[in-house]
Design a protein around this ligand. Structure first.
Ligand SMILES: [Zn+2]
Length: 346
């Protein structure tokens, strides 16, 4: 698999920025961000780019509400979760697409990683999601990850910055050694409303570890009262969040590919939606992306959906909509989104 993680030299970065600026002058992109930390967005396509992304990790409250066990072992995936990832990948393949997976590195300590080889052989890209699902914004050791609250000796004498660097680096190393691949991009655990806008140090870190793009932004958006269905007010307000979730280039050349609301854990865990409501929100989002030829980066987790959508209806919903849209939309990986953002990138 072609490695997506390539270190950028200063010259390359400058050239990318110049290209993005030139592209912005020639043809106004869909979404311009005039906020500090942004150079401009370079996203422009004649098609809607629909990416299905899945974070390979365990989730709190699954399979039973109230369970916190997995907070300490985010990367120790159980059998139903791994089988669901394979099941979802097969569905998306039927529609001619791939799932862009993000891996929590600790799963590579398991005896059998055959399921990951199956995903790789079927052409699904896999990115780096840190080794222990660490909070890259953590200010103290206790905030880094629950595992280190219980077992602080694992990170003794290390600064928070060192722990975070090591957690990303170690995952790349583990993917090389156990899977024989380079990671396809980096996704920050959690998701932040402002992405890495205010954290040039973290952007430098991500770039220094060989990544050209990252996925760290999940825009804030209105929610419903837990247990109640989405209403007109929510449908009216979501387009703003989808717009905020369009790719853009930070001022130092790192490309951000945000996650688009509403994620599965937000819908099911926080808002206690029913599957039908979630499917409706996905239909609204894909419709909007097709109408605006925009990017929709669908974020989901096999540990959540194996309980909430065991048949994988959401993947059929997205697959059918993209198929019906003909040449107005395409199912893509986040590497494809990155290529569109930098069309002249060699
Ligand atoms: Zn995650």
């Amino acid at each position: 698999m072609r490695p997506s993680a390539v270190a950028l030299s200063g010259v390359t970065r400058r050239r990318l920025l110049q290209q993005a600026q030139r592209a912005a002058r020639l043809a106004p992109p869909f979404f311009l961000f005039g906020m500090p930390g942004f150079a401009s967005t370079a996203s422009r396509s004649d098609k809607a780019l629909i990416a299905i992304t899945m974070d390979l990790e365990m989730s709190r409250d699954y399979p039973q509400r109230g369970m916190t066990h997995w907070d300490y072992e985010k990367g120790n995936l159980d059998e139903p979760t791994k089988q669901y990832a394979l099941h979802a990948a097969r569905i998306v393949k039927q529609y001619g697409g791939v799932i862009h997976f993000f891996l929590v590195g600790r799963v590579l300590e398991q005896a059998d990683v055959g399921w990951l080889h199956q995903l790789i052989e079927a052409g699904h890209p896999i990115g780096n999601h840190t080794y222990d699902h660490v909070n890259v914004m953590a200010g103290t050791a206790a905030e880094v990850q629950y595992r280190f609250q219980r077992a602080p000796w694992l990170i003794r004498n290390k600064s928070v910055a060192e722990v975070i660097r090591e957690n990303i680096e170690m995952t790349t190393q583990a993917m090389r050694q156990r899977l024989g691949i380079e990671p396809n991009g980096f996704r920050a655990p959690g998701g932040f409303a402002g992405g890495l806008r205010e954290r040039s140090d973290l952007r430098e870190l991500v770039k220094s570890l060989g990544f050209r793009w990252c996925s760290s932004l999940y825009p804030s958006h209105p929610t419903t009262t837990p247990g109640s269905p989405p209403d007109e007010q929510l449908w009216k307000s979501l387009p703003r969040a989808w717009q905020e979730a369009q790719p853009f280039v930070y001022s130092d050349g790192l490309l951000e590919i945000p996650m688009s609301p509403v994620s599965d854990v937000t819908a099911f865990r926080s808002q206690r939606w029913k599957l039908a409501w979630f499917l409706e929100s996905v239909r609204h989002a894909v419709d909007w992306a097709i109408q605006n030829r925009a990017v929709f980066d669908f974020l989901c987790h096999p540990s959540c959906l194996v309980v909430e959508d065991p048949q994988g209806e959401v993947f059929h919903t997205i697959g059918r909509m993209v198929t019906d849209a003909g040449d107005k939309a395409a199912l893509v990986s986040l590497d494809d989104v990155a290529k569109q953002a930098w069309p002249r990138q060699p």
